[in-house]
Design a protein around this ligand. Structure first.
Ligand SMILES: Cc1cc2nc3c(=O)[nH]c(=O)nc-3n(C[C@H](O)[C@H](O)[C@H](O)COP(=O)(O)OP(=O)(O)OC[C@H]3O[C@@H](n4cnc5c(N)ncnc54)[C@H](O)[C@@H]3O)c2cc1C
Length: 371
């Protein structure tokens, strides 16, 4: 019997499902994909896009185009609530959609509690497409005068953003900006000393200032205030203070993990509803909590696709096995990177060449669906 599959969010964990959407349609199921943008941006290349190493079209998938080409429906909008009892998803437009099987890849967002007022000249590092607006604003201001840019947070995204801003503000006609990272601890506190040392050396060499031990209490347009009361005047502020899962699940009364991610079992299936699945940053994997890195979302792809098909058509569910250590390569924005996996750690041009090759290959694989 024809069933309704709803794909909530066309993120990194849904790529294989989107690539094979026609298989659901051929079996007589209707497929609806819901997302707030017609494109999905690949975060791994986001900082590089900010720094103009990549053009926007090189780092995004044409989600709507692919869905429609493969016989699905694309609904431009956001899911605000899931009514599991009635099997309905409610949208920000006020409408709702029924489902028999639902798969959620709704990602994560940067918390905004520390921000006062509107977001004029303040940029959260997610969604990735916002980095384009930041780029445009920086180019506009930086062609007129020397500007100051602050990045709040000290994790990998703060380091990559800072490094790539350095590159952006060296575009022809630009005045090199004064860039500083403000972080409560040191930078990259959860990474090995060797990674931190290489990142620090690269940022120091380029005159990017590091303000460590800085607990930010308040951010508003033009100014950051520390808990101590000390202020920093900044023309542009990036907020990279970590991410938290999409709040939809808490709002829906579904079982969630400690940060509000959809609580899923080893089949990436909601522990309360066997017709709801999820992947990527928006879930809490009950068996072993996962880092919020795209690597896990990508690894979850085949399991989500398989389990959706099995739930619609009958068949055994497949468990998700997170796998061992994952490769991380950071793009420092000056044509160099830092490569780290197991005990192998090195920096320099080769690290960036490897990242660039892998990222472009990943994009080409999925962009091929567009043709
Ligand atoms: C600057 C930066 C650089 C990073 N670099 C790397 C890296 O190099 N390697 C790595 O492994 N990880 C990296 N990460 C982490 C990585 O971004 C996340 O782990 C990854 O994006 C998770 O994928 P996802 O598909 O779950 O979420 P997302 O990529 O956020 O995708 C979620 C999707 O859901 C859609 N959506 C959101 N809300 C709704 C809604 N309410 N209704 C419907 N649709 C919705 C969004 O439009 C989006 O398409 C980086 C993160 C940042 C911020």
């Amino acid at each position: 019997m024809k069933k309704k599959l709803v794909i909530a969010g066309g993120g990194h964990a849904h790529m294989v499902t989107l690539a094979n959407l026609d298989q659901f349609v051929e079996k007589g199921h209707s497929v609806t994909v819901i997302g707030p943008s017609e494109h999905h941006y690949y975060s791994g290349m986001g900082p590089g896009m900010l720094g103009k190493t990549y053009k926007p079209e090189e780092v995004r998938f044409a989600t709507k185009h692919v869905v429609e080409k493969k016989g699905g429906n694309f609904v431009l909008g956001k899911i605000v609530r899931i009514d599991a009892a009635s099997q309905l998803v409610h949208l920000n437009s006020g409408g709702s959609l029924p489902y028999d099987v639902l798969s959620c890849n709704l990602g994560s967002h940067v918390p905004t509690d520390v921000i006062e007022g509107d977001l004029a000249n303040i940029y959260l590092v997610k969604p990735i497409e916002r980095l384009l607006a930041a780029q445009e604003r920086i180019l506009q201001l930086g062609r007129r005068e020397k500007i100051s840019i602050g990045i709040i947070g000290g994790g990998p995204s703060a380091v990559e953003i800072a490094g790539n801003l350095w590159r952006l503000t060296r575009e022809p006609g630009m005045q090199p900006a004064a860039i500083k990272i403000l972080t409560s601890e040191t930078i990259m506190p959860h990474h090995p000393d060797g990674v931190r040392a290489k990142a620090l050396a690269s940022l120091n060499r380029r005159g990017i200032e590091m303000v460590e031990g800085c607990t930010v209490d308040n951010i508003r347009t033009g100014q950051v205030t520390e808990a101590s009361g000390k202020t920093h005047d900044l023309d542009i502020i990036f907020v990279a203070i970590g991410v938290t899962p999409n709040p939809v699940f808490t709002a829906s009364g579904l079982p969630v993990g400690p940060e509000g991610g959809l609580l899923v079992n080893r089949y990436l299936q909601s522990v309360a509803n066997d017709n709801i699945f999820g992947g990527g940053d928006c879930i809490y994997f009950k068996e072993a909590p996962l880092d919020k890195v795209g690597v896990y979302a990508v690894r979850q792809n085949p399991v989500i696709f398989h389990n959706l098909m099995a739930t619609l058509d009958g068949g055994q569910l497949q468990p998700f096995v997170p796998g061992g250590a994952y490769l991380l390569i950071f793009n420092l924005g000056d044509g160099t990177g830092i490569f780290h996996k197991w005990r192998l750690l090195f920096g320099g041009r080769l690290a960036f060449v490897i990242k660039d090759y892998l990222d472009r290959k990943f994009m080409k694989t999925f962009q091929a669906m567009e043709n």
